[in-house]
Design a protein around this ligand. Sequence first.
Ligand SMILES: NC(=O)C1=CN([C@@H]2O[C@H](COP(=O)(O)OP(=O)(O)OC[C@H]3O[C@@H](n4cnc5c(N)ncnc54)[C@H](O)[C@@H]3O)[C@@H](O)[C@H]2O)C=CC1
Ligand SMILES: NCC(=O)COP(=O)(O)O
Length: 341
Amino acid sequence: MRRSTPSLPIAVTMGEPAGIGPDLALLAWENSKALGLPCFYVRADAALLTERSAKLGLSGKIAAVSPKDASAVFGKALPVVQTGPALPDQPGFEREDTAASVIASIEHCVADVDDGLAAAVVTSPINKAALYKAGFDHPGHTEFLGELAKQHWPETTPHPVMMIAGPELMVVPVTIHIPLKDVPATLTSDLIVETALTAAADLKQRFGFANPRLALCGLNPHAGENGTMGTEEDAIIRPAIDRLIALGIAATGPHPADTLFHPEARQTYDCVLGMYHDQVLIPAKTIGFDDSVNITLGLPFVRTSPDHGTAYGLAGTGNIRTDSFAAAIRMAHALAYPEQL
Ligand SMILES: NC(=O)C1=CN([C@@H]2O[C@H](COP(=O)(O)OP(=O)(O)OC[C@H]3O[C@@H](n4cnc5c(N)ncnc54)[C@H](O)[C@@H]3O)[C@@H](O)[C@H]2O)C=CC1
Ligand SMILES: NCC(=O)COP(=O)(O)O
């Protein structure tokens, strides 16, 4: 008889403590059975979570544990692995002095995966501007996790790529958190090819697409209108697509982005590569804000996150949706344990 090894828990990061991260963890644990969630633990401050739980009127227990004890307590209490000092619970109030704990939580969760204590990392939303002010020199989790991956798995060559995946649409931005004015100078054929190859490889290996169809957006209106509205399509994007096709990738484009997201167009591809953040995150969040998941492709470990941010105004109110966070936890487990599907 084949014995199945018990699953490791999912490590959830603290995220911005004044945002809805604590609420998400508490509410998701409270409803874990209905949401179909596997075991997870949060690396955060247990006292803050206890205070937030009271604000939300929840009666569930919180247990301070080590990662290896999380599975044993998950049925009775939300497992919290104390990370960083005690923090006052001030929902909605941005603070810079919590940045070190926010960063430490991400670092420790990745280390937990490397140490065989956790199956995957789910990140709670961070306030990027607050972390930058405190000296964080990565645009976001995506790039930071790429750096951590190099440290923990030096034999690998991580190329972190952001994908927002929902039931109806999957998108990848080629450039991510940079000012719009810097996009044309940042876009290169090499960057597009590298991003598309990473996306195609993970869509095959992790998501089961035999030969994923990638639709690449143009940068300019009407994909440049034959060079009359911009030249990046002919100079940069089309040569990248030609290289991808020569490598056997089912790549098409450059497509005018404005007509790429209506229902009929969505049947013609598996994933859209956009040239800048909002080009593809606006359609992805408009179509699937509640159930889309942010996944970092190109890493030697699994990382997912909800598709939304800190939602400061809703922290401590209980008036939030946990769908995307729950989907992130379920997807992290499914990607870490594909054989259990
Ligand atoms: N993965 C991450 O760490 C992400 C972090 N952020 C950060 O979040 C901060 C706020 O960014 P915003 O652009 O305002 O985006 P946001 O996603 O926090 O909020 C946008 C709107 O959606 C609502 N909302 C967000 N999550 C919700 C939920 N679970 N249930 C109900 N309503 C929800 C908010 O109340 C707001 O009206 C920024 O500092 C940004 O850097 C933003 C996106 C992802
Ligand atoms: N707009 C998406 C976002 O901000 C998430 O970025 P990351 O922190 O996952 O790199």
